[in-house]
Design a protein around this ligand. Structure first.
Ligand SMILES: [Zn+2]
Length: 273
């Protein structure tokens, strides 16, 4: 005899799987690309980096390139045939790992030394506050948000209310312990500017890692991060512990991790001076 409840559960599970699979447009062992919304795709690598592809009526824009995705250029071409610009949100290797597949990239000048160190041979175009990628029906605007790195940028799609943040604003934490260090005041300023963008019609922030959490971050997250950063600056943060992670570019001291409920700031104490 068929168990009715089990049967319903099975049908529902099948339906959800079908929906998830239908959103997926590419998958191999390194990269999965799914449709995020109309003319926007999200790529998630096997090591939890995220990249985004936005297609306009005239051009397309690839935001970040992941750590290791073989033939990323050809994979992107399976999805969009429009002329393509490639922009990296900052110079860390987990965002620039595949720029070698593209003849030119856009980035902020302040992170250029990182890309130089990675041996990129293509053309580097520098962008700064207010630069607009004109994709036709979509305009994607650059805002400079130093803190995670000196050259971190976020990409704003004002008309659609979306922000693509790289690591400037992460899924549940920000890393401020990597060299070259930026002062905590940079991050406080970035949070305040992001809150202003949110209040001006950009409520959704899609970040650079762990988006399998499957939801953009928003006002509540940034507001909590701002509070935690201000507590660190004033010396009133309550929950601070040593942070243990084996990553290159670590700061001058042992990194620390400060928590406020479900958000975290990893930092080097030198940024508080
Ligand atoms: Zn980074």
């Amino acid at each position: 005899m068929i168990n009715y409840r089990k049967g319903v559960t099975f049908v529902l599970a099948l339906a959800f799987t079908t929906i998830a699979l239908s959103a997926q447009v590419f998958q191999n062992g390194q990269l999965t690309i799914s449709k995020l919304k109309e003319h926007v795709w999200i790529g998630e690598t096997s090591d939890n980096c995220t990249l985004y592809l936005i297609e306009g009526t005239k051009k397309s824009l690839l935001i970040d390139t992941g750590t290791k995705c073989d033939s990323l250029d050809r994979i992107v071409r399976r999805i969009t045939s429009k002329p393509l610009d490639v922009v990296v949100t900052h110079g860390h290797y987990d965002h620039t790992g595949n720029i070698g597949y593209f003849g030119a990239i856009f980035m902020h000048k302040a992170d250029f030394s990182m890309v130089e160190g990675q041996g990129y041979k293509g053309k580097v175009n520098f962008v700064d506050e207010g630069y607009v990628f004109d994709l036709g029906d979509r305009k994607i605007e650059v805002s400079h948000m130093p803190a995670h790195t000196p050259g971190s940028i976020v990409l704003l799609d004002r008309a659609n209310g979306d922000c693509y943040s790289g690591d400037a604003f992460g899924s549940n934490q920000v890393w401020l312990q990597l060299q070259p260090l930026s002062p905590i005041t940079d991050y406080i300023k970035a949070c305040k500017r992001m809150l202003a963008f949110i209040d001006n019609g950009i409520p959704r922030i899609y970040c650079g890692h762990y988006v399998y959490l499957k939801k953009p971050i928003g006002k509540e997250y940034i507001a909590k991060m701002l509070l935690l950063a201000e507590e660190l600056k004033s010396g009133t943060a309550k929950d601070v512990k040593p942070f243990r992670a084996d990553v290159p570019l670590a700061g001058y001291h042992g990194p620390l991790i400060a928590a406020k409920e479900d958000v975290f700031i990893v930092y080097d104490q030198a940024i508080l001076k």
